[in-house]
Design a protein around this ligand. Structure first.
Ligand code: C2E
Ligand code: MG
Ligand code: MG
Length: 416
């Protein structure tokens, strides 16, 4: 039977959550498919209940619940879950997208002090489902929806489950690898274009995994940032790099640069940790560079304060991948930085084979005006690029042509 959406129908009363679950099991037993489950979250509900108190939060849930109920047909059912989410069972999948959009739209609105907004994740019942499987798919869809933002409807597509499973497995494998100290560090030289001497090494995290092979940083660094593991990884990379440098003689006359993600900078203890490691390794501040992204500097005053603290101790700050975000004069002039690494994308904007002279000149001019001294061209892949950059007065470069990232035993030997 098709749900009755007529405005004059009495609103459907809420069902206790356990009863609604039993109802889903019954529907699955009887009909196997042809209905849908939606889980809807109130945007920022924890902030609302935490700041305005449980009375205001309950008022908001009552209000939204009433509005949801008025959208439902007599065959549909809904419940308020203990965490403040709503669970809705739509008895038919007819016009499903449209009805979910209506639900989210109708469920959003003002109470006395708060504008509540809903986000919905939904899944349709499939043959072979049990209640757990169906509810988990709606949960996954909601999790994805919350990342997309308020007032969205996300259906559980087949790849959502596979993606989530892969992500959870990657997170677990990465945690095991970090706990067992299996991550390692490779080093890529930074070269002075005037003379060709190596002036520094960038430490790059590497994850060799029995099953997965070498997992690219582009995969595991985002996972580490999402799970907070990046703080442990950052510390391990720094400690390992300082030890390798001492052992293989990277030397006082070359700097060591480490990548620092916004999550690490947001962590109160970052500057103290870094300075502590330098102290333990007997290294001076000016032997180390931290590579940060421009967006992390612009986003957080807290991050900037930690960098100011590091700079007081001689550590220099480089903006990594300059030119991939909103790069601008403001960041060069106002942020606590000493150098920039110009991304390959910016250098090669017009002519893939050669650095664009206009870009090089413009960035050098900007940097000079802002008193930024260390300018490094990233991703240099050929001799002609090296010559062009040198002729344009670029002081430093890094890239496959000048040296690929390699383990310490090979990387530091280039130096001797
Ligand atoms: P990044 O800091 O910009 O590092 C430079 C990346 O460019 C490295 O990739 C390097 O292998 C690659 N590369 C070097 N020369 C060339 C070249 O000539 N051409 C091209 N096409 N690429 C070149 P990798 O090692 O895969 O690292 C990717 C990113 O992962 C890094 O980008 C950095 O943002 C992040 N990352 C790596 N290790 C760490 C770490 O220990 N901590 C944090 N927070 N991030 C890290
Ligand atoms: Mg870097
Ligand atoms: Mg870079």
């Amino acid at each position: 039977m098709t749900a009755d959406l007529t405005a004059c129908a009495p609103p459907v009363a809420p069902t206790p959550p356990a009863t609604l679950r039993a109802h889903i099991t019954t529907l699955l037993g009887k009909r196997r498919a042809g209905f849908a489950v939606a889980r809807c979250a109130v945007f920022d509900y924890r902030d609302i209940s935490g700041s305005l108190g449980s009375v205001a939060a309950t008022e908001l849930l009552d209000h939204i619940g009433g509005r949801i109920a008025r959208c439902l047909g007599t065959q549909d059912a809904w419940a308020v879950l203990p965490d403040g989410d709503f669970l809705v069972v739509l008895a038919t999948t007819d016009r499903l997208d449209e009805r979910l959009a209506e639900l989210v739209h109708a469920g959003s609105g003002w109470t006395s002090d708060v504008y509540g907004q809903l986000t919905a994740g939904a899944a349709t019942a499939r043959a072979g489902d049990d209640a757990d499987a169906l509810l988990s798919r709606a949960d996954l869809a909601l999790a994805r929806g919350i990342r997309r933002g308020p007032a969205t409807v996300t259906m559980c597509a087949p790849d959502l489950v596979a993606d989530a499973r892969a992500r959870v497995a990657l997170d677990a494998d990465l945690r095991r690898a970090v706990e067992a100290g299996r991550l390692t560090v490779h080093y890529q030289p930074v070269v002075a274009l005037d003379g060709g001497a190596i002036v520094g090494y960038e430490a790059l995290a590497r994850w060799p995994d029995q099953q997965r092979g070498w997992v690219p940083p582009d995969q595991f660094i985002p996972a580490a940032e999402r799970t907070g593991l990046i703080c442990d990884i950052g510390e391990q990379v720094l400690r390992q790099a300082l030890a390798d440098r001492r052992r293989y003689g990277g030397g006082r006359h070359t700097w060591l640069s480490v990548n620092v993600s916004p999550v690490q900078l947001d962590n109160d203890g970052f500057a103290t940790m870094l300075l502590g490691e330098l102290d333990r390794a007997g290294a001076e501040g000016d032997e180390v560079r931290v590579e940060v992204t421009e967006s992390s500097l612009l986003a957080s005053a807290h991050a900037r304060a930690q960098l100011v603290e590091l700079r007081k101790n001689g550590v220099r700050v480089l903006v990594d991948d300059f030119g991939t975000g909103f790069s601008g004069l403001a960041s060069l002039r106002r942020l606590p930085i000493d150098g920039i690494k110009i991304s390959r994308e910016l250098l090669h904007d017009e002519q893939p084979g050669l650095p664009d002279p206009t870009v090089v000149r413009a960035v050098r001019l900007l940097a000079a005006g802002a008193g930024v001294t260390e300018i490094i061209a990233e991703g240099v892949e050929s001799a002609i690029e090296v010559r062009t950059l040198a002729a344009l007065g670029m002081p430093y470069a890094q890239g496959f042509h000048l040296g690929r990232p390699a383990p310490a035993s090979r990387a530091f030997r280039w130096h001797d």
